[in-house]
Ligand binder design. Sequence first.
Ligand SMILES: Cc1cc2nc3c(=O)[nH]c(=O)nc-3n(C[C@H](O)[C@H](O)[C@H](O)COP(=O)(O)OP(=O)(O)OC[C@H]3O[C@@H](n4cnc5c(N)ncnc54)[C@H](O)[C@@H]3O)c2cc1C
Length: 457
Amino acid sequence: MEWVVAEAKAVVIGAGPAGLRAAEALVRGGLRPVLIDEAERPGGQIYRQPPAGAARAAAQLYGFEAKKAVALHAILPRLADAIDYRPRTLVWNVFGNRLDTLGPEGQGGLAFERLIIASGAMDRVLPFPGWTLPGVFTLGGAQIALKAQGVAIGRRVALVGAGPLLPLVAHQYARAGATIAAVLDVTPLAAKVANAPGMTADAATFAKGLWYTLQNAIAGLTLRFGVRAIRAEGERRVVGLAWRDAAGRAHRVDCDAIGASFGLRSETQLADLAGCAFAFDAVTHQWIPQRDAAGRSSVPGVYLAGDGAGVGGADVAELQGERAALALMQDLRLPIDTGRATTLDRRLARQARFRRALEAAWPYPGHLVDAIADDEIICRCEGVTAATLRATARERDAQEMNRLKAFTRIGMGRCQGRVCGHAAAELLARTLGKDVAAVGRLRGNPPIKPIPVGGLP
Ligand SMILES: Cc1cc2nc3c(=O)[nH]c(=O)nc-3n(C[C@H](O)[C@H](O)[C@H](O)COP(=O)(O)OP(=O)(O)OC[C@H]3O[C@@H](n4cnc5c(N)ncnc54)[C@H](O)[C@@H]3O)c2cc1C
């Protein structure tokens, strides 16, 4: 079958805050960008919309952020003819200057002159006993159920996490009327107190965080900090959650669903396939594609914006999206508003100070990795246990992640390592007595997400 490849001057992948602002700025500069997103409707994660026809008030869905959500959702209707918007279209490969896509019309190819990748982030998963039981979701998954479908993940829900999504989801679930059995933070309260001054670099966001904390207290929720040794209980599905507090005392609650994840991880596969250089971020324990302050990656013509190039939050994503579009136009020798570029740079620098304090307030919960038992499943697609990974590291000289993958099939399943890769790297590093940066990262492979083989050339 002939592979149809169209051509576009500027392509944006991702219609979240970063991609939408990038596309809008490109239009302002006189370009007609192609905007591709695998979701049905624009908005990305934070401003995710329910399916068309299931109208719910913005204030109810997005709380404080309702105005921003409405403004972002208005971009495409306002610029309808000026943007070639392609929803429900997955970009599953980047090869040179060509994208491979799967959309409503089937498989397709699209060559680009310039590309902005604004692919966002997903929850970071760390295995714990019972994490694969039916009824265990990520915190983001729990929120998606609420935002997109208007349902809770259970009737009596326990929430566990290591980031600002935890108090936010607790607030959203309490407001939606769910019974919350426990809210457990696996990082210490002292880290939040110590980094509170740094977080005032973005006073408005800091104040919102305090407000959520207050509302949770008013709703009768007790946020417990420094929680360790979490365990989901149940045979066929979740019936309870057990943990130890910072002093080592055992606790448990009944629940029929758990939302648990430990920070966010950038969706970096497309940047990887595009050939972008990566660097290890020791604070967040992840490999991040490198970008300059304006969003240029190490590959000429490829730009990075938003959470996909280091988690910065929705406001940063909007700023970075617009900034990357200005850089793209500058590189095409099109006129840009340099004053606006300077303003964006200044605001991004302030946000970077806030972000560093936020990351230190929820430090990496390495104790969860230390607690992973040998019989724990790490890769649920391929059924690989911690024992297999540890033994392979010791006995077969698997010194880095791709060698570990070749021996054990970790990261070869449906998730392509997006779920299991992080924990596997931490386990490998601990087994070898190395720094986690030294064991590298899984190389990206197309297709980055499962696609049907029918229609492939
Ligand atoms: C599950 C989850 C829930 C969150 N909830 C909140 C919240 O309530 N409040 C808050 O302040 N922050 C929240 N965050 C963080 C916040 O979402 C982000 O900071 C913000 O949305 C980042 O914007 P972005 O444009 O960089 O990425 P996103 O908003 O994630 O948008 C990325 C877009 O790219 C698309 N995409 C990705 N890969 C492909 C591909 N291969 N092909 C086609 N399309 C692709 C996705 O469909 C998505 O629409 C959440 C993050 C996650 C992961």
